[in-house]
Design a protein around this ligand. Structure first.
Ligand code: ZN
Length: 183
């Protein structure tokens, strides 16, 4: 009795998390990795979600994002990445203080925190460009720590997402602007 209760509630948690991922327009392969549900279950969930929601949800196929350069591509993306990475770090989805562990894997508990972090981020920046799929990628890359890390501006210490081995000292936009005007 106990075992089947546990199994039932775990299954329900899987479905709830998958639904939350679907609402954030996650790809099937991402939902599979974080919930452990089969593609077939995810497709069925997606269809029943659509018929209940009475709306069209863009379906993203193909590969998930994998370019770390995306997060530093523009000033706007740099600022958004810093906010998102801060929330991810505060909620414990990525290791605090830039100390990458490389070990945290996808899972139900971490997936819920990831959704929570993304929802806080969207509440802070309603016009944000970074998608949920990119947020998943950022969380994974910061945890792995081999290409990206969460560091501080070398002048003022404000949080920045930087490359693992930046070619020059990382400065926030404010400080790099005042460094230029100093000549
Ligand atoms: Zn600075």
């Amino acid at each position: 009795m106990r075992i089947s209760d546990d199994r039932y509630s775990r299954e329900r948690l899987r479905m709830e998390l998958a639904l939350r991922f679907l609402q954030h327009e996650a790809r099937t392969q991402t939902i599979r990795a974080w919930t452990g549900l089969s593609d077939d279950r995810i497709r069925k969930l997606y269809r029943s979600y659509l018929s209940e929601a009475h709306r069209d949800l863009p379906r993203h196929r193909g590969k998930s994002p994998h370019q770390v350069g995306y997060f530093t591509r523009s000033l706007r993306l740099q600022q958004e990445s810093a906010v998102l990475a801060s929330v991810l770090s505060l909620l414990g989805v990525v290791p605090a203080g830039g100390r990458a562990s490389g070990t945290a894997s996808p899972g139900l508990a971490r997936g819920e925190l990831l959704c929570q972090a993304f929802e806080v981020y969207r509440a802070l920046l309603p016009a944000a460009q970074i998608s949920f799929e990119h947020a998943v990628f950022l969380a994974t890359a910061l945890t792995r720590g081999d290409q990206l890390r969460l560091g501080g501006c070398c002048d003022c210490g404000s949080l920045l997402v930087t490359e693992r081995f930046p070619l020059r000292a990382a400065r926030c936009q404010h400080c790099s602007g005042s460094a230029q005007s100093r000549g």
